[in-house]
Design a protein around this ligand. Structure first.
Ligand code: FA5
Ligand code: MG
Length: 433
């Protein structure tokens, strides 16, 4: 399937990304549009709502957690290079080689070895190996995603790790002898790659006692994360914990917040896989880790209805936020609501190509982003059809156009729609119906 129009390849098959040069290969799927987000640093921009959220999170950690000398326990890293290796983003975190999250259809690869980080957890192992035990990593992450009001291909995360030694945990919770058993006889062999923790006991890892896990779980959920949630949203915020699975934590949970009549997932967390600590040179310790989406928090805190607004340069949006008053934050006032315009696009895929078998909807979404940018509010795959005689597959996408800052004319939408159609023909060799 030819998609020459999409990836950002130069004729020399090299790509320059934040000052370094990378050879492109069959994995390269970053687009110029996506690369244009590098260095935007919305989380560091004065008066930007994402920067306000970052400061609120950092202030909470600085305020609530101090070491014996009274210094902040957590160190903060907010300018790490978003270009990471496959090892950082996946291998170091025990993400199995065949895990879906590694697929080309889900990540932005620079080449087979490098990608734009898909989560800020990608920096976890290098920081622990460097000797840190409590830290936050804040930055933007990149994922090939569907298009709707709560998903965007570039968004921001704060990922954190809190590691305590056996002795520290003992000191905080003096008493029972069960801690002696905490790292008992069944320590994992660090050289053995475990297939996937998905099939293991999700209540705890074999090397941990239930008591140690429960103590860490309580510390993480009810002190650190509920503490943060209430600090941000006030004591009456409605939340719930949902059991989940991550390859790098066990057990694992998600925190959801009730927002606009729906449960909105804001973070993932869990007890760190012991192998990760072991391989980072940390042995007599247990840790928790979490990763929270800044846009999701900002949407709840400021009542921002659409994730695209965080990329708006409109002064009507930005002037509503001020870093001067971090604890008395205004709700977002919609500048105005511009009308939507909906157009369908149907095409025949090439012979023997089907949805998710040679044609990934995420490829189409990237193409739309490259052509139409933020004029598109939503896309959905509304129909799939296989012709009984020719065997060819046809798809229909419904594209909802709405600009955040002005009214689009029907002529303008038709023109962009036509450009999307012809770019699809060029990139995917499809036939418009
Ligand atoms: C992760 O990225 C894990 N690294 C989190 C983690 C860290 C778990 C450490 C355990 C230990 P997930 O893909 O669920 O998990 O993303 C975490 C959060 O990022 C989500 O809860 C959500 O708030 C936010 N998020 C995810 N995808 C998007 C998106 N497309 N747009 C905006 N926010 C998103
Ligand atoms: Mg999730």
């Amino acid at each position: 399937l030819a998609s020459s129009a999409a990836p950002a390849k130069s004729p020399s098959s090299q790509l320059e990304v934040s000052g370094s040069t990378y050879a492109t290969d069959g994995w390269t799927n970053v687009t110029p549009k996506i690369l244009s987000y590098l260095g935007a640093n919305k989380h560091l921009q004065t008066d930007h709502p994402l920067s306000i959220i970052r400061q609120r999170i950092v202030n909470y950690f600085y305020g609530a957690y101090r070491n014996q000398r009274g210094n902040p326990l957590f160190s903060v890293y907010d300018q790490m290079n978003p270009v990471v290796t496959v090892q950082q983003n996946f291998d170091n975190l025990l993400i199995p080689a065949d895990h879906v999250s590694r697929q080309k259809s889900d990540c932005y690869y620079i080449n087979q070895q490098h990608l734009l980080r898909a989560h800020t957890t990608a920096h976890q192992v290098e920081l622990i190996s460097g000797g840190l035990d409590n830290f936050l990593v804040v930055g933007e992450v990149y994922r090939r995603e569907e298009i709707d009001s709560t998903h965007y291909p570039v968004f921001h995360q704060a990922a954190a790790v809190g590691v305590v030694t056996k002795d520290e945990l003992l000191e905080r919770n003096p008493g029972p002898e069960f801690f002696e058993e905490m790292w008992s006889g069944t320590l994992p062999d660090p050289k053995v790659i475990l297939p996937s923790s998905k099939f293991m006991d999700q209540t705890k890892q074999p090397c941990h006692t239930l008591e140690a896990v429960k103590l860490m779980e309580h510390e993480m959920k009810h002190h650190v994360l509920v503490g943060l949630t209430k600090d941000l949203f006030g004591p009456r915020i409605k939340y719930r914990w949902v059991d989940t699975y991550f390859p790098f934590t066990q057990p694992s949970w998600e925190l959801e917040i009730y927002f606009k009549d729906n449960w909105l997932e804001v973070l993932g967390c869990g007890i760190m896989r012991h192998e990760i600590l072991q391989r980072s040179g940390v042995h007599q310790s247990i840790g928790y880790a979490f990763g929270v989406g800044l846009e999701r928090l900002a949407m709840v805190l400021f009542d921002v209805p659409d994730i695209r607004l965080f990329w708006s340069n409109d002064s009507g949006f930005l002037s509503q936020f001020s870093e001067k008053d971090l604890h008395n934050l205004p709700k977002y006032k919609p500048i105005s609501h511009y009308p939507q315009c909906t157009n369908d696009l149907s095409f025949w895929l090439p012979q023997d190509i089907e949805v998710d078998a040679g044609f990934s909807p995420n490829d189409f979404y990237d193409l739309v982003r490259s052509v139409a940018g933020d004029m598109v509010e939503q896309i959905s795959l509304v129909d799939k059809f296989k012709h009984p005689k020719t065997g060819r597959s046809s798809v229909c996408f419904r594209i909802v156009y709405r600009h955040m800052e002005r009214t689009l004319t029907q002529a303008e939408v038709n023109e962009i729609h036509k450009q999307i159609a012809s770019a699809s023909v060029d990139s995917f060799n499809v036939q418009i119906r």
